[in-house]
Design a protein around this ligand. Sequence first.
Ligand SMILES: [Zn+2]
Length: 580
Amino acid sequence: MTSGRRPDSMADSDWDSKTIDTVRKYAMQNTLEYDGAGQSSSVLGRLLGERADLRPRAKDLKSLVEEEVEAANQMAKEYGLDAVRESLAATNPEALQRQKQQKRVGLKPLPNAIEGKVILRFAPNPNGPLTIGHSRGVVINSEFAKMYSGKVVLRYDDTDTRVKPPLPEAYGWIEEEYEWIAGRPADIIIRASERMPIYLEYAKQMLESGFGYVCRCSAGEFKDLRDNSQPCPCRGKNTENNLSDWQSMNDGSIEEGGAVVRVKTDLELPNPALRDWPALRIQHSPHPMVGDLYKVWPLLDFQSAIEDHLQGVTHIVRGKDLMDSTRKQTLLYNHFGWEYPEPLYWGRVKVHEFGGFSTSGMKVDIADGKFEGWDDPRLPTISALKRRGFESKAIRDFWLDLGLTQKDISISMQTIESFNSSVIDSVCERRTFVRNPRNMSLNMDEIEHPDELQIARHPHGEIEGVREWTISDEFVIEDRDYSEKLRLKDFADVLIKENQAIVNSLQRSDKRTIVHWLPINQSRMARLTTPLGTEFRIDEGLIENIDLVEGEILQLERVGFAKIEKVPENGPVELLFLHG
Ligand SMILES: [Zn+2]
């Protein structure tokens, strides 16, 4: 197979066998990477990376590279990719390794990961729908799961009934949004609020085993002692007293703030926040989903730690601001004799345009009528991005490209927009939208001209077909484009006198400005809404009236991408601006 794969056409070539072998290696590697469609350009790049001595002869190498790539592609076509893989394994096994690594786009391998055994989790508080910030957790966790044929647990950390209580509708929204972002549903879905008996049981076990205690000190008293590495009086209580206080916490006879359950730690720990940290507290306000069944609720560090263990989570990806959570939870795991998952950290990412938004803040503003709903195009929610026409692939590409960096980063929406452009550019049809239109008349007396124009639905032909325009005497341009000499895009050079355009050449005769324009008979009214910070800008104008379908995204010539939100029988077409 290896030797006789093709006649030795290199007999009359002046390349030495070492060079030929190296080119062949990269050609086969490339064919494997691109499923039988290797590209000579990337082979050449890689080859010159290894063999700097060949750089001066790069031009001459081209035909050798092309020949080898063609041969490798041909081999894949005739005998299958496995034959190429076998052949490469026989001569250059290390090249196969590299091919494998390069297939992982963006994310580095997880430490201590076993194929098929990786379990990750994405744990939002369902106090609102997902935002662009949450999408990072969905993308990174689902991508790691994909890399290792593992699973993602979507876990609702909904045990806060007071400060950030859950929003009942949000559970369903989040499941859908998760699936939309990841491209597949979460593997396991659980709600902490439905698993309260489990957490309370573990708390009791902690008290019985002596590594937890009920503390009835005030927060201030406890802090003063803790900061000086001193135990509070409750720490020495026996099991019987602890269990009796536990009973009083649960039956409601102790008021909110009257007691917490603490995890015993070394009081000399350098970070005071870790010393005897609180695991459960009293909340008498009813939970929106389970009502007033429980008086004692776990704090996040405790609930999350127990659940990660029960779900068999192997890797936790979290913000580096949560390193203390890792430390606290590791102390708890040591008490229970469990093994802590592998933690991985990322830095904070701030999106300029949305710096000031929080889920709780948005909730208030929506209730006050400042925004129309969670999918208001001015908000950083997934439902808003989806409504505007962002593709989930762009969101995935963006986060994977950024990777798991621990650096704090500030980005602009433009970065995400450019990822979105590259996803949608080739699949969006072009249309003309003339903002603030100025009526013009067309004078074609001087020149022979067609009655109809055929304009591509997409200039590079990714979408086939044309838009047919009948040329009429009346047309519009944007008022601000008005000038003495213009070229009407895809049509003619015109000379403008008052509001009359005299056609003087169909060919482009000089460098005059090209403007978009629209025959009146081809148009209908439209309104383009652009979210601008907390405001909207509205542009009224005329849109080309060809195949306007609600929900479709168009690229408006010289304006940008926009989604058709509404095509009413009467009245203006509603357009929502996506990005430039
Ligand atoms: Zn105490």
